[in-house]
Write a protein that binds this ligand. Structure first.
Ligand code: BGC
Length: 765
């Protein structure tokens, strides 16, 4: 492809990649009448009151970051009463929010309401699967519903604004926060980001059951070196544009009201002081009208990063580079007024930040009724409402991925004579709630054991044996030694139970607190005695079904090799046990697909299907000089997009409507999917393309579409994917989104390992 040919195509420049994912236009944040009301307010506000709007404090109710100074409660009270605090996070419950809001609205001169934020990540009281698990459903309606219910509960409890969704693409399972996102792929990640924003914000932010979304963490937080949390991200412009930014951009187009910057240094600048990211790209090129909040204490952390000399300097840099609200650094509240007074920060920059925050407050309806989200009676009625729990069960079973089912051991007959349920995780009512569990009641999840007991017939005997603990001591101690139990005293009972049983269900995996913020690990295997327990139990009874509970892709080692059945059940939330039992006993036919590759060994991390080909992709003359490892394969153990069903599906080779298309034409890719097995089930049909030659190297495959199709036994359906040059565009070295003419391969399959491509050409004209 020549440079001039590419230029010809530039006329097709896409305003928006993933445009097809954008939903019907949400109510805009900016309208003339509101802007006028904001003008009026700004004209009345003192500099101190303006700065106050930019100041956010955390309540002690739930601390989600380091607290270097003990807060002076009286001073905080005064700051709220005098309009010098615009926002608070971590305030628990409708009654508390009402009290604080009252102080701000009735106490302060201009009666400006506060905005209350909280991390509602996968549910408020009713807990849904952790976001990575939910992404495995590839079911956008289910994901929207889960966010909708989370918003309904949170909004009933006084929350105006959730710090979610996390839309960071993550390709390194060592990073504990991989559990909070949608996995490794920018296309799937964008679709899910949009689905979550739609769910949280609903059609109208003013509604008392809507909360403002916050896209986080902007940007490249998932690319920390060596998978270590808060670590430096050093990535190319191409990766930034083509992989990291798309979910943010898609969700902003869908109306996300706010963005949180990330903690990390990216290319030499901490994100919170990154002018290009915040001002040029987000507020400039993307015309984002909402506001940016720093992450917890991140403005202060620019000192540790070594780019500001003191807190005053940090405040100056952050505001100038586009950060609007300061979470927990008190940098703005202490220094911004004087920075404006001496001209270090233009008053117009301060006004712009205030305007953006007020816009979101207006959009949330807070100026009409600041108490619209704090009604304790509603809160009581809605938290853990039966219909919410029913939805949580359904979303949970949709999130389960069947990785292996040798000899069709599953589904089980509920009338089995005797089942042994083994493993500490199987009896634990806390782990399924996962990390970032909002206001879940402790130990409130349905355990796997409870789920199985509720599912079997009256004559089935269910024996339970713990085997060995996964976590010892204080589960919040966050030390690796917690996972290194040496106590085998429970093995005997476990083996005895296994021997007597027709079938064993063995739960293995991670405690809830092993993943999440600050929980990066260099060993992502089954810790402690879990491999040993598996060996003992499966020797006693080879009909051992392994149910995995985890928040990240794990290295499974011998368990994956030897277990006849592997069910990936993540941390599935309040109804986990029922959802898993639904799958084990065939009430629900599993349909989940992995949103992130499962490595064979941790040394493969980061690992993802959309890698580059390299100059030495194949063995050549059989010697060592090609891109590979000498001690393991390049491929993951389980690839992105993979997951089995109790039925089988046949996918025809893709048929193309043309062998070449022009830049304004649409190619139809059609494939026929047939349920060739004995049961009804759902298959996720996935479309991938490969751009064979580009101005820069291109991934060996990129997801470009998917459909989840339900089919009865014997039923066939045609799946049609339209492809336009918009779908083939990428951020090229010329700094624009454009499709480059040339040859493309198309793959249709049921995982990213689908092969047998067909080829077409994109013409320049
Ligand atoms: C996390 C954010 C979170 C914030 C507030 C930080 O430590 O990185 O994701 O929203 O705390 O709780």
């Amino acid at each position: 492809m020549t440079y001039s040919a590419a230029r010809l195509l530039r006329s097709l420049l896409l305003a928006l990649p993933f445009a097809a994912l954008a939903p019907a236009a949400p109510a805009p944040l900016v309208d003339a009448a509101t802007e006028q009301r904001i003008d009026t307010l700004l004209a009345q506000m003192t500099v101190e009151e303006k700065v106050g709007q930019l100041h956010q404090l955390s309540n002690a109710f739930d601390t989600t970051g380091p607290v270097p100074e003990k807060p002076d409660e009286l001073a905080r009270y005064e700051a709220i009463r005098t309009g010098r605090t615009g926002s608070a996070l971590n305030v628990g419950g409708a009654a508390s929010v009402r009290r604080i809001q009252q102080l701000a609205v009735e106490g302060s001169r201009l009666h400006i309401p506060m905005i209350f934020g909280y991390d509602v990540i996968h549910g408020y009281r009713t807990i849904f699967p952790v976001p990575l698990a939910e992404a495995a459903s590839w079911d956008l309606d289910a994901i929207t519903l889960s966010a909708r219910i989370a918003a309904t509960e949170a909004a009933a409890a006084g929350v105006d604004w959730t710090f979610a969704p996390m839309v960071d693409i993550a390709r390194d399972a060592r990073w504990g926060r991989i559990m909070e996102g949608a996995g490794e792929d920018p296309y799937l990640g964008s679709a899910i980001a949009v689905a979550r924003v739609r769910g949280f914000q609903g059609p109208d932010l003013r509604s008392p059951d809507a909360v403002a979304a916050c896209l986080k963490h902007f940007a490249a937080y998932g690319f920390g070196e060596a998978g270590r949390d808060y670590n430096t991200a050093d990535l190319s412009e191409s990766t930034l544009q083509n992989v990291v930014l798309p979910p943010f951009r898609a969700a902003i187009a869908a109306g996300a009201a706010t963005v949180m910057s990330s903690f990390n240094d990216i290319g030499g600048l901490p994100a919170v002081v990154h002018t290009r990211l915040q001002r040029t790209i987000l507020k400039g090129e993307w015309r984002f009208p909402g506001f940016i909040v720093s992450d917890w204490g991140a403005i202060r952390e620019s000192l540790a990063h070594g780019v500001s000399v003191d807190l005053r300097d940090a405040a100056r840099l952050a505001l100038l580079s586009g950060n609007d609200m300061d979470m927990e650094s008190a940098a703005y509240s202490r220094h911004l007024a004087s920075l404006v007074a001496d001209g270090s920060v233009p008053a117009t920059s301060l006004d712009d930040a205030v305007r953006r925050i007020l816009r979101v407050k207006f959009a949330l309806g807070l100026f009409d009724d600041p108490y619209r989200r704090c009604d304790p009676a509603r809160e009581k009625r809605l938290l853990e409402a039966p219909e919410h729990l029913a939805a949580a069960r359904d979303v949970a079973r949709k999130s389960i991925v069947l990785l292996k089912n040798t000899g069709s051991l599953l589904p089980l007959d509920p009338k089995l004579r005797r089942i042994a349920v083994i493993g500490w995780l199987a009896g634990d009512k806390d782990t399924p709630l996962g990390n970032w569990r909002g206001q879940a009641r402790p130990d409130s999840a349905i355990s796997l054991l409870e789920g199985i007991r509720a599912a079997v017939g009256p004559r089935t005997v269910v024996d339970y044996a713990e085997g060995a603990k996964v976590t010892i001591g204080d589960r919040h101690a966050f030390m690796d030694s917690q996972y290194n139990t040496t106590d085998r005293s429970g093995f005997r009972a476990a083996v005895a139970a296994a021997r007597k049983a027709d079938v064993v269900v063995l739960a293995l995996g991670e405690d809830a607190w092993q993943t999440g913020e600050g929980r990066s690990q260099t060993d992502i295997g089954l810790k402690g005695l879990q491999q040993e327990l598996f060996a003992a139990v499966s020797a006693a009874n080879p009909r051992t079904i392994v149910v995995l509970m985890n928040g990240r892709p794990l290295v499974l080692g011998r368990v994956a090799e030897k277990a006849p059945v592997l069910v990936e059940a993540w941390h599935l939330g309040s109804q986990a046990g029922h959802a898993i039992a639904d799958v084990l006993f065939g009430q629900y036919n599993p349909s989940g697909k992995l949103p992130a590759s499962f490595p064979r060994t941790v040394g493969q991390c980061p690992i993802y299907y959309a890698h580059k080909n390299t100059g030495r992709p194949i063995p050549g003359d059989g010697r060592v000089f090609w891109s590979h490892y000498t001690d393991t394969l390049n491929t993951p153990l389980y690839p992105f997009g993979f997951g089995l069903s109790y039925t089988t599906f046949n996918l025809s080779a893709p048929r193309l409507s043309a062998t070449a298309i022009g830049p304004r034409e649409t190619l139809q890719v059609t494939a026929t999917v047939t349920n060739t097995g004995p049961r009804a089930g759902a298959e996720v049909v996935q479309l991938y393309t490969r751009d064979m030659v580009g101005s820069e190297t291109r991934p060996v495959k990129e997801l470009k579409g998917f459909r989840k199709i339900e089919l009865q036994p014997g039923e066939s359906r045609e799946v049609v994917f339209p492809i336009t040059s918009a779908d083939l565009a990428y951020f090229t070295p010329r700094g624009v989104w454009e499709a480059e003419p040339g040859e493309f391969q198309v793959f249709v399959g049921n995982s990213s390992e689908s092969d047998q491509p067909v080829t077409f050409t994109l013409r320049a004209e």
